[in-house]
Write a new protein. Structure first.
Length: 128
């Protein structure tokens, strides 16, 4: 019999409603930044920035992905976006034709020398 093991069992103390102390402090920082922008930007620019940032702000604190608040996923997002990526092309697609190559005649190895030495000679002379 398999038992379901709960994930994310850590609970933060809530101040009011779904707002925890961490969310409340980040909200205060956000409001402080908005106040600075309000007094330093032209009104139209401020309202455009507000219209873009405000829904993202509320979504980040009240939406959850797999039981994790969205604001806890931001560090992973930024590390993924800023880290170098490796793209590997496998070349196996339905758009590619398979081409059979003709085999070159194999050069027989001379007896008496070790295979490692013969391979080294072949690589140096590019006969193979």
């Amino acid at each position: 019999m398999q038992f379901v093991v709960p994930k994310f069992i850590e609970r933060e103390m809530k101040i009011f409603g779904p707002v925890t102390m961490k969310v409340f402090m980040i909200c205060l920082v956000f409001v402080g930044i908005l106040i600075l922008l309000y007094f330093n930007l032209p009104r139209k620019t401020f309202y455009i920035v507000l219209a873009i940032v405000l829904p993202l702000f509320f979504a980040s604190f009240f939406l959850k992905v797999d039981g994790i608040p969205l604001y806890q996923l931001y560090p992973s997002l930024f590390s993924f976006l800023l880290s170098p990526k490796v793209f590997v092309w496998k070349g196996r697609g339905k758009f590619f034709k398979e081409i059979k190559l003709k085999r070159k005649r194999e050069i027989p190895l001379k007896k008496g020398k070790s295979k490692l030495k013969q391979t080294q000679i072949l690589l140096q002379t590019k006969r193979g």
